[in-house]
Design a binder for this molecule. Structure first.
Ligand SMILES: NC(=O)c1ccc[n+]([C@@H]2O[C@H](COP(=O)([O-])OP(=O)(O)OC[C@H]3O[C@@H](n4cnc5c(N)ncnc54)[C@H](OP(=O)(O)O)[C@@H]3O)[C@@H](O)[C@H]2O)c1
Length: 327
């Protein structure tokens, strides 16, 4: 029997990749977005657009609720602008939760590493204590706490949910990743613009691999007995790379030597009082000064071998996607 999935934020960075991954795996995809979907989704026979605003008025939420009916899974791939998390992140998450509660679907969330705060340890497991020492950490902790609470026994309509936590995205068709904003922004001049200490490990998530993980987890959860359901957190390790290893990967792909240049944090700090986005970026700079990797043991125990595209192949595809966007 065909399964249905509702992707919220299907025109976004991970949303587009998820929609294609589910559709290419035989799922019927309902793809929510406020704006028209990208051509690759519009032309896919398994993708149906759902045009509404997940943060919107009652009519939009009714459209969302109707789209959720009959779905096995809902993915909350929504993301408010970086400068608007205080106002929008939790209402958007609540809209996704309401749709899952009304439909009985599994709610899936791409998590990030913000929950662990500014002093995050080098290896992050699903049991690593959370630390609400920044606004964004506090919001993500609260968001996931709402999922845990909604799954609790005794709740009138418990919601089955899973957070799949990952590092910085790269390799999708969307812009605004660290790869296109910084690292690859000066490749034409032979430079890799790196935002931190290039000797420290940093967690990256190649989006096509991460999307496959969502599909596999959704397929397994759909077959699980109700007694095994609830709220779960899994970590996707992706590619853990120092800046030097990232640059070496780019050199292999491009076939020429590159030089490392620093992201001009001083300039970003100077302009931050008047450029709200830069102010937000500054608050997250610590992630480039703390080595960190995600431990995927629980994910492997759940799905077996985790998809991992070899780095040169992933970087080649990511650079091609970024060039397409720039063209
Ligand atoms: N980016 C990363 O490196 C990364 C890493 C780990 C985890 N994550 C998590 O993955 C999730 C998705 O992130 P992403 O980077 O893929 O998202 P994104 O591309 O920045 O945004 C996804 C979609 O959210 C919708 N959206 C934005 N503002 C909205 C608003 N005010 N009201 C309603 N909808 C709004 C937009 O859809 P429309 O305009 O089409 O409606 C947008 O396409 C987030 O939870 C994020 O924290 C991201």
């Amino acid at each position: 029997m065909t399964s249905h999935v509702l992707i919220l934020g299907a025109a976004g960075r991970i949303g587009q990749v998820l929609a294609l991954a589910f559709a290419n795996s035989g799922w019927e995809v309902r793809a929510q977005a406020r704006k028209p979907l990208p051509a690759a989704l519009v032309s896919h026979p398994k993708v149906r657009p759902v045009r509404c605003d997940a943060s919107g008025a009652a009519a939009d939420l009714a459209t969302l609720g109707a789209a959720a009916q009959g779905c096995t899974a809902i993915v909350n791939a929504l993301n408010s602008p970086y400068t608007e998390w205080e106002r929008l992140a939790l209402p958007l998450a609540d809209a996704a939760l309401a749709a899952a509660r009304a439909s009985g679907a599994l709610l899936m969330l791409p998590g990030n590493v913000y929950n662990f705060g500014r002093e995050l340890p080098a290896l992050l497991t699903p049991q690593t204590p959370e630390r609400a020492d920044s606004s964004k950490a506090r919001i993500r902790i609260e968001l996931e706490a709402r999922l845990r609470a909604a799954a609790a026994e005794g709740t009138s309509h418990p919601v089955d949910s899973v957070v799949i936590r990952a590092g910085d995205f790269f390799g999708g068709p969307g812009t605004g990743t660290w790869l296109d904003m910084a690292l690859a922004s000066k490749l034409d001049r032979g430079r890799v613009v790196y935002p931190g200490n290039p000797d420290l490990a940093h967690a990256w998530a190649y989006l096509p691999d991460l999307a496959q993980v969502f599909v596999r987890v959704a397929e397994l959860r759909a077959r699980q007995p109700a007694s095994m359901r609830g709220h779960q957190r899994l970590h996707f390790a992706g590619h853990t790379l120092t800046g030097n290893a990232f640059m070496a990967g780019l050199e292999t792909v491009l076939g020429r030597p590159l030089r490392m240049a620093n992201l001009p944090w001083g300039l970003i700090r100077l302009a931050s009082p008047v450029v709200p986005m830069w102010r937000e970026l500054l608050t997250m700079r610590y992630l480039w000064e703390r080595p960190h990797a995600l431990d995927d043991a629980a994910l492997r125990a759940r799905i077996g071998a985790v998809p991992q595209t070899p780095l040169p192949q992933a970087l080649r595809a990511a650079l091609a996607a970024a060039a397409n966007i720039a063209a």
